[in-house]
Write a protein that binds this ligand. Structure first.
Ligand code: MN
Length: 227
């Protein structure tokens, strides 16, 4: 069997203390998943099921990279997120079995064209243009060691802290996310799951340096290339 042209290079992510790389199959993302203020207001943040969207596998960018300011936006936003790297697939995964499907953990940023997302929300249109663009998924190296259940998750722009929360603030926990997601897709080895971002999202501009982390996991840093 031959291809009519050279197939694309397999997208992959570095693995901490290993020369082996994690091959990326798909990238799933959870919509809004931190809402301490919703609970404070006495509302039930679980009254609606979790929202999922996707990015292409080759949207991943290595830590330390310069990332071009995205085209077709004047409001590029950061969103720091815990990322799950799936190593064992399955459908209809029970919450009690979910941890067995996770190969490793990383920190990622769900880069977002916020202006395009606002238009999509207003028009009831899909989010692909807002979320699924080239270089929209910078990600740290993957480690096999899980973070503490209530680990700090944070992001800074040029050294100024912008996001600072706890994994325990997530509306949908890791097992709940995997259980829900695997009802709509058969999860496969190589899938990444971005688990949603806490409060404090905001814009970045050319020349900005973003650093972020989840305590216990390798840090992620990248620069928005000067124009
Ligand atoms: Mn997000």
């Amino acid at each position: 069997m031959t291809y009519v042209f050279e197939p694309p290079v397999q997208a992959s992510v570095a693995v901490l203390d290993s020369e082996g790389r994690f091959p990326v199959r798909r990238i799933f993302c959870v919509g809004r998943n931190y809402a301490g203020h919703v609970r404070e207001m006495g509302n039930d943040p679980k009254s609606e099921p979790p929202i999922f969207f996707t990015k292409p596998a080759d949207a991943v960018v290595e830590s330390g990279a310069d990332i071009a300011y995205a085209t077709n936006t004047a409001n590029l936003h950061y969103e720091v997120e815990l990322v799950l790297a799936i190593g064992a697939g399955g459908a209809d995964i029970a919450e009690s079995d979910a941890a067995q499907h996770v190969w490793g953990y990383a920190v990622g940023v769900d880069l977002t064209r916020r202006d395009r997302q606002a238009e999509a929300k207003k028009g009831g249109a899909p989010w692909d243009t807002a979320k699924a663009f080239d270089q929209s998924a910078p990600i740290s190296a993957i480690t096999r060691t899980p973070p503490a259940a209530d680990a700090r998750i944070w992001l800074a722009v040029n050294g100024d802290t912008k996001q600072d929360a706890r994994l325990g603030d997530m509306i949908w926990s890791v097992p709940e996310i995997i259980a829900h997601l695997s009802r709509s897709w058969m999860l496969q080895p190589g899938d990444l799951i971005f688990t949603g971002t806490p409060a404090g999202v905001g814009p970045i501009v050319a020349g900005d340096v973003v650093t972020c982390g989840v305590n216990g996991l390798p840090e992620l840093s990248f620069k928005i290339a000067p124009q």
